[in-house]
Design a protein around this ligand. Sequence first.
Ligand code: SF4
Length: 781
Amino acid sequence: MQNTATPTHCPYCALQCGMNLTPAPDGTVEVSERADFPVNRGALCGKGRTAAAVLAPGVRLTSPLVRDVGGTLVPASWDEALGRIAAGLGRTRAQHGPDAVGVFGGGGLTNEKAYTLGKFARVVLGTSQIDYNGRFCMSSAAAAGIKAFGLDRGLPFPLEDIPKSGCVILVGSNLAETMPPSLRFFTELKENGGTLIVVDPRRTKTAEQADLHLAPRPGTDLALALGLLHLVIAEGRVDEEYVQERTVGWEDARAAAMAHWPEYVERITGVSVPQLRETVRLFCEPESAMVLTARGPEQQSKGTDTVGAWINLCLATGRAGRPHSGYGCLTGQGNGQGGREHGQKADQLPGYRKLDDPAARAHVAEVWGVDPDSLPGPGRSAYELLDALGTDIRSLLLMASNPVVSAPRAAHIEERIRSLDFLAVCDVVLSETAELADVVLPVTQWAEETGTTTNLEGRVLLRRRAVTPPDGVRSDLEVLHELAARLGVEKGFPTDPEEVFEELRRASAGGAADYSGITYRRLAEENGVFWPCPAPVEPAGEGEGTPPLGEAAAGHPGVPHGDAAPAHPSTPGSDATPARPSTPRDDATPANTGTPRDDATPANTGTPRDDATPANTGTPRDDAPAVHPGTPRLFLDRFATPDGRARFVPVSHRATAEEPDDEYPVLLTTGRVVAQYQSGAQTRRVAELNAAAPGPFVELHPRLAARLGAAEGDPVAVVSRRGRAVAPARITHAIRPDTVFMPFHWPGEGRANTLTNPALDPTSRMPEFKTCAVRLEAVER
Ligand code: SF4
């Protein structure tokens, strides 16, 4: 065990705050400030400060568990547990075909694990049925970003640009609770004279910081954005020159917006016309302005169109792709960004490539050493996959996700999971989903293994191993390696994260999310690198293959030439990768990654501007290819579309999938509290966090409470068409009288997702977590 502090990153949300970890002699691990990481500059929220508590043996799993003949989960050897999983998945595949085996991943997996899980599903199992819980997070923003800009990177600029903006409209984010250290950027925005506008049906801690708080009726953000665009047009605030030069499709979007009169929008949203006018004034008057969205507008059955409407507002006012301006999405999960780039999504291959693109299939198949025709096509989205369990999908391998708590219509999904022929779960704790498994594998955690994540800014980060894992646990990569071997694939599933990353670099080369120029060494030295970051390209006519990056980076700070690793074999292939030690050293010199394909075209994301810090600050060899500095800011010169112009997407208001009626007259919206994270599988096991947020509650307006006859703390039943949840009343003026709020971190009687509606967005396949119709019932004590 190391006794010195190891710099690394928090295991939870997408800020990926920097922290130091120091093992103590008593076996505990101290979390301390790490001021050098620009995202949090030493600040941590309570979840981050207490994150090491989940490393304790009494909290986490340290032995595989298998279900005995009596139906009880009992400890077993790794050999027995792995054997049962290989037999269970293999049996289903033999009896029902490869698509009867499902794989479900998570936005908390490192890039290396997400990449390997996607490869495992397609190469070893041959199944198309893989998706991940990130589908429930930011998929609508991703879909809208690709439509408009040709590329999805949550934030196309660093968080440090926020304080330099003139105005920020924050739509459906309670970041003061979900990612508290980020609030500093908005405080600085206001100190610099900028304006913060918060759009949220609740007067949250974040809304309390706003200069202007708009509280629309849940599910009407699309109409709100259209009403604002209408006023922008009517008041002559369109940036005509920008629209002409940098966009396509304005006339149709303009016509759609003009159909949304302010008075009509006021009726739909409840936001008054004067508030709409004031928002437009505050947004349009400064030289720079941004719109940032989070789950509020995104987790809707019209989430893609809703985000598209906010992007249209940014385009019409000439904001996107300009300094300290534009549209961005605040991704939620720790590796929600990287998790959607490297192949664990139903329709995707590494590098943010499309699975149905023949060129993408050929490129990735070459890296994997397989026939492109052997790769399955796109599969089902997350909810559709879970809904097919026990019917089309008979067995499931699940990693780092807890859908029994986090999926919409959760009681139904729990029933589907129970109906499986076979379920294997890899997790650090016995989550509510793991409790239903036939086999549970205890895996290593963030502090016990090295790997990369990509935060909400598109900044690729190195998480370092800081402590020795306890006996009895293995890494997810080891699990996939062992299962691949038992299912007949002996090679191509390394257990060393750095070796996996080297392969990921090759697989991502030329894709939209191009990591080919990023190495573990650079990540350590530069405190993260923004993608896209293509590998250096050797000038035409030079020798075979790319020289080692250490050599290419001659003059790069801190990279002695002599440390350069020998060149990797120039023909990539899963079986051509030299063996590496199974336990990576943090100071290990990364291997060179071989030759990027000649036809690998870097994503067309614009030229890095002079405000991007180049990594290569020395004097390179005259003929040495330059090391790409990474791309903190996208779209400054062109968008990632074939012609470099952004696309307006014409959208119109439509109702939510479930509007209130006589039977279900109230709207339910769901969200998070500061002391818990996602399904709560980890944070509910931390005493300090549990004390701060011990259980669910129903937040309701005094008028609704009076009608119900409920006092503070009284149990209230919330009933939707999908089920019933009971939790204590929390009565407040901070919520609209037509709406109730429940946090979704808990299982059991107070499980909010028992109620939520799985109506899907037609493009992103995002369920409508944010709005459904419910009725309230008093509960006898
Ligand atoms: Fe930072 Fe998020 Fe971790 Fe809190 S949970 S310390 S905000 S990364």
